[in-house]
Design a protein around this ligand. Structure first.
Ligand SMILES: Cc1cc2nc3c(=O)[nH]c(=O)nc-3n(C[C@H](O)[C@H](O)[C@H](O)COP(=O)(O)OP(=O)(O)OC[C@H]3O[C@@H](n4cnc5c(N)ncnc54)[C@H](O)[C@@H]3O)c2cc1C
Length: 415
């Protein structure tokens, strides 16, 4: 595959750009693979990539029922941060954040990582205490965050109203190297690199059954026929319960729609990401100028991959006191994705009751930021057949044993 570079752009420019090849192949499935990954979202593709890169396992198929990156990976609001409270969370999210720093070079694909700085506003005294505690924890974990006062918040975000009557801004948890990346590009970059290693990404190929013998997976049934494998990875976010049921086991996962919206494009006015967890909303500005706005999940379980009117109203109403300027913006479009929520709001990267079947799910409303770290850790789990330092706490059995990694207490909004 041709490397992308400034030189390549110049060379192709002289040739009317006719020489660019396809970024990934579109192969028909083979009869058997060493590893099958179900789900070509960011986590599935990253798992495949690090299986190839770190462990030399390249006879891999990634099966996708729609188009690659068309699930939550292509629907999220792209926030990247690692300021989590609990040690296991901080470790895996910081691994991911640090991989994002050089991901474009690693994949030879511009994922537009933009560490523009991220603020989590404290708008109640309870939050002040909570975020100060997180800063202390982060400093011990090697995650660089700091507590900043309202004046510094105003300096970083001139459009903010820090003197709101209900929820004044009392300060913020600030992560200077948090930010955003281009979500599609993350999926496309991993896909291109996987395809380049000889892996097969098979789109429009829904897994409809998991074949087993003697407590192990032998292969999967798909809309493109049966495919055998030695190891199976389930990385399907909101559809995890459906796949687990095919495998004959249950997971403590609920599927919910999470929605987001963008405004009409406006001139640059905010160059950081701001999360306001008390009122339940967050906002950043895209390179196109749109204000990217998100809120909470629907209040009921569902598989409805789309937006709803009441969500626009709820989220804007929540944010308008802190950002009065959005009252005059037209909202351009909205959408939804099906997120996979666990009780403690932490992910599951785990062996399953089927010996050679592994599951990566439960990233809920906040898994985009984790993609490189999750892929790295899941590849280790699948290659070695045993959890490594990044995954050992994230077993599916922790719910049975009461060993929660309780990020639900640490953050009202987890994006
Ligand atoms: C509106 C919204 C905003 C968000 N904002 C943020 C944010 O700001 N920051 C952040 O870190 N996270 C955010 N998230 C969460 C983040 O998007 C997800 O945690 C992450 O993208 C999950 O990636 P994934 O690869 O696990 O899942 P997905 O990208 O959903 O991929 C799973 C894939 O599995 C496929 N699949 C399902 N069933 C089958 C089957 N039977 N056979 C074959 N394929 C199948 C699906 O089609 C899908 O493509 C947000 C999510 C949403 C919806």
């Amino acid at each position: 595959m041709k490397r992308y570079s400034g030189f390549a752009v110049a060379r192709e420019g002289l040739n009317y750009h006719l020489g660019w090849g396809r970024a990934w192949r579109n192969p028909a499935p083979r009869k058997k693979y060493d590893v099958i990954i179900v789900g070509a979202g960011g986590h599935g593709l990253a798992t495949a990539y690090y299986l190839g890169k770190n462990y030399g396992i390249r006879n891999v198929a990634i099966l996708e029922k729609g188009w690659l990156g068309g699930g939550n990976t292509g629907r999220n609001t792209t926030i990247i941060r690692s300021n989590y409270l609990q040690d296991p969370s901080a470790a895996i999210y910081e691994k991911a954040r640090s991989l994002y720093e050089t991901l474009s070079q690693d994949l030879n694909y511009n994922v537009m990582f933009s560490p523009r700085g991220l603020l989590m506003l404290a708008q109640t005294h309870h939050e002040v205490r909570g975020y100060r505690r997180t800063v202390y924890a982060n400093n011990l974990q090697g995650v660089e965050t700091e507590w900043i006062g309202p004046d510094r918040v105003k300096q970083l975000v001139p459009i903010i109203n820090i003197d709101g009557p209900r929820y004044p801004v009392l300060g913020a948890l600030y992560q200077a190297r948090g930010g955003t990346a281009r979500h599609d590009a993350v999926a496309w970059g991993y896909a291109r690199a996987c395809s380049d290693m000889g892996m097969d990404i098979i789109q429009q190929c829904e897994v409809t059954g998991i074949r087993q013998a003697n407590g192990k997976v032998t292969g999967v049934d798909t809309t493109k026929g049966s495919i055998d494998c030695d190891k199976l990875g389930l990385v399907v976010a909101g559809h995890t319960s459906v796949l687990a049921e095919m495998g004959g086991f249950r997971l403590p996962i609920e599927s919910l729609a999470l929605q987001a919206l963008v405004s009409e494009p406006i001139k640059p006015c905010m160059d950081v990401v701001v999360m306001a967890n008390t009122v339940h909303g967050y906002m950043s500005q895209s390179d196109k100028g749109e204000m990217v706005i998100g809120g909470g999940t629907d209040g009921f379980n569902n598989y409805t991959q789309r937006g709803s009117w009441q969500h626009v109203e709820e989220t804007i109403r929540a944010l308008v006191e802190t950002f009065p300027m959005i009252s005059r913006l037209k909202m351009l479009r909205q959408w939804g994705g099906i997120v996979d929520m666990t009780g403690d709001r932490s992910p599951i990267l785990s062996k399953t009751p089927l010996g050679n079947c592994f599951v990566n799910c439960g990233w809920g409303t906040g898994g985009f930021k984790a993609i490189p770290g999750s892929g790295w850790a899941m590849a280790e789990l699948m290659a070695k057949g045993a959890p490594g330092p990044l995954t050992e706490e994230f077993s599916m059995y922790r719910f049975r044993e009461g060993k929660f990694i309780d990020e639900s207490v640490a953050a009202g909004v987890a994006h």
